[in-house]
Structure formats: structure tokens, C-alpha cells
Design a protein around this ligand. Sequence first.
Ligand code: COA
Length: 392
Amino acid sequence: MGVAVPRRYISIEDLATARGVDPAKYTLGLGAREMAVAEPGEDTVALAALAAKRALDATGHRELGMLVVGTETGVDHSKPVASYVHGLLGLPTTMRVFDTQHACYGGTAGVMAAMEWIASGAAAGRAALVVCSDIARYGMRTAGEPTQGAGAVAMVIAQDPAMLELDVGISGAASTHVHDFWRPLGQREAQVDGHYSMQCYTEALATAYRGWKTRAIARELVRGDGLASEQLAQICYHVPFCKMARKAHVQVRQCDASDAGIADTDAAVAASFTQQVEPSLSACSRVGNIYTGSLYLALLGALDIGGRALAGKRVGMFSYGSGCTSEFFSGVVGARAADMVERAQLAGVLADRERITIDEYERIMTLVTPMGQPGPFLFTGVAEHRREYARG
Ligand code: COA
């Protein structure tokens, strides 16, 4: 895996103070600590290219047959972000290159396509590069403002996984046509019915989780007696804001308790949250929502904190895309996971950022042209309707 975040961030407490809101609402109520701020030069392509380069550098040379970018903040109605990334990284011509879109689920669509391509044998030994990259914007002084963010997570998906071996064919999906969050063509900020989106998320989770559980029990990956979710060493949820993961976990426990006819307690739910979910939120709380990449940033965070103790253990993952579609799936942590996580240098990537004031954040949010600073990959402007990028 490789991760990229904008070079600037704000403290969520500074934002609360500037908005006249009790900081506890954002820190305890939403579970946020810091929020990434992308300037126009750090667009979806630039972040994706950097994360992809880092993932490829971390995993060494592989023969790639597929590049997929999952994004809901693409830069063109026709030309995919993946095409720009392909060019910026100088990847081979002999591969498939495309984007996948369904709100925050888009990255998981890419992961599933890659996994099933490999499992089918069609990949014939080649690997896939899947990148999740997004800029999450709700606009200044909106309810969604403290749940913005930006970043990218890239993954090399291969026959011999080092970090996580996905359970092929063991997943549960849930989809419904709803308007909980969407972004009409031409709009930079999303439309969102925030409280309804949380309801859609938890309803989808219940169906998707039960679909996964039925298949996992049938294949004897988990036992059917008791609380199935407790047999997962970690559960990583899609994290639009960290408190959502807590609500998600309560939902999963409720499904388990109701299915097994067992009375759960608040203390048991809280203890399982601390052990099974909280480690995954540390990195997410410092970046904010990165849409498609949020689940995978949670996974990287959980593996980073869990370290070698997680090797050989099964983790659960829930991906949710507003609109909506969702999937609960699982995988077993690889013996070399801790080494691969170390190569992703998550702590270093987060430490290597600059904290800016709310005045500076507000100025950046109004910019439409790049700030023109050097960086590994940067959007520099448009000439003859073509987006141009520079490599630092
Ligand atoms: N101290 C501690 N907690 C506080 C507080 C305070 N002073 N004031 C409020 N809170 C808590 C609330 O109780 C609530 O927690 P709860 O849901 O566990 O009860 C939380 O802070 C948020 O408060 P709320 O009034 O619901 O916030 P809001 O209506 O201003 O907006 C969102 C919250 C998430 C709806 C909004 O940020 C949003 O729309 N975000 C984008 C959509 C999104 O991410 N959807 C997720 C599904 S994909």
C-alpha cells in the first residue's frame, strides 16, 4: 500500500473555535482531530499518482496488467484519472486502465475487479494497481464542513499478497436507490442529507454484514454460534467521520445479538469497539474523509497499530458508497504485513505536513488555480482544454 495526503492540514479544534462551535462536538461528537486541506495543485490525479508511486516503490517491480482508480472527484467527464496516473508513472502500454465510480464505494469496485480478475486466472500472474483518490468538499460553514478531507491510498493486488489475503467470493452486498449524498455535474461541493446518509449507511451495513456472515459460516471461516463479529480480529468500516465507525459497530453487534438470540450489553459493545475498531481510526482522525480511500486508510491504520500480532488473523471490512451500494468482505492478515506497513511510512507521511490557520484554509478553499509550489506530482493548469501536470 502507498498513501498520499495534501501537505497542509488544520486542527479541528481551531475550526470549531472559528465557527463558534463547542470543540467537543467535533472531537467527541464526530471523532475528528485534524483535517487535510488540498490546494488546487493537489488534485485527485496528483494525489493518486503519488500514492501509486509509493505503493509500487514499496512492493518492488511487478508486471502490471491493470490500473484502476476509484474516485468520485474525477477531473474530466470522459478521460479517467487512471489515464493521467498511467502517463505520469510511465506504466506499460500493455495493460487495462480505467476508473470506477460509485461514491465512496468506487475504490472497492476496483479492488473486487482486481481480485476476481486474479482469482479467475485471467491475470496469468500479472498484478493490478488499484488507487482510491478523492477530495472531499462540503463547503465552508456547512454541517459537513468538519467532515471534509483529501487523500489517496494505492494498493498492489497480486496472486501472492503480503499484507492481506482477501477471502475470494465471501462477501455480502446491499444496494438501494437513495439520495443521501450526490454531486450534480458541474458542482464542486457535494449535496448531502447528512443524517439520512447515516441511516442509509447503517441499513446497508446490516444487509451486507448478514450476507457476508451467511457465506463465511457456510465456508467455516467463522462459527455460527455466538457473536460472529467477535471472531474478527479487527473490523474496518468506511469512515466518513470517525464517530460513524462507532455507529457501524453498534449496528453489527445488534445484528449478531439479534441473529443469535443473545442479550448484548453496552459495556461489551464498548469493549469490543475499543479492541476491534478503534485502532483503525487513528490515521482517519488526522486526515478526515477521503471518500474512496477512507476504508483503506482505516485498514492501513489498523495494521500499523496492530503490527505483527495481527498476522494470520481475519479482519472484516465494510465499504459504503452513497446512492447507495455497499459490501462487507474479509481477509486474513499476511505474515509479511508488518514489514509492508512499515514501508508505507504512514506516520512519516502524516508528520510531514504543515498546520495552517483557519484564515489560510479559507483562502485555499476559494482558490481555483494551483498555488504553483513544487511537489512530487502537481496539477499546474489547463492549456487548450488539456490538464497539465508537473513532476517535482
Ligand atoms: N459535545 C459532544 N458531542 C456533541 C456536542 C458537544 N458539545 N454537540 C453535539 N455533539 C454530538 C451529537 O450528539 C452527535 O453525536 P451522535 O450522532 O452520536 O448523537 C454529533 O456530535 C454530531 O452532532 P449533530 O448535531 O448530529 O451534527 P450535525 O447535524 O451538525 O452534522 C453530520 C453531523 C455528520 C450529519 C454532518 O457533518 C454531515 O452532513 N457530514 C457529511 C455526511 C456524512 O459524512 N455522512 C456519513 C454517511 S456516508
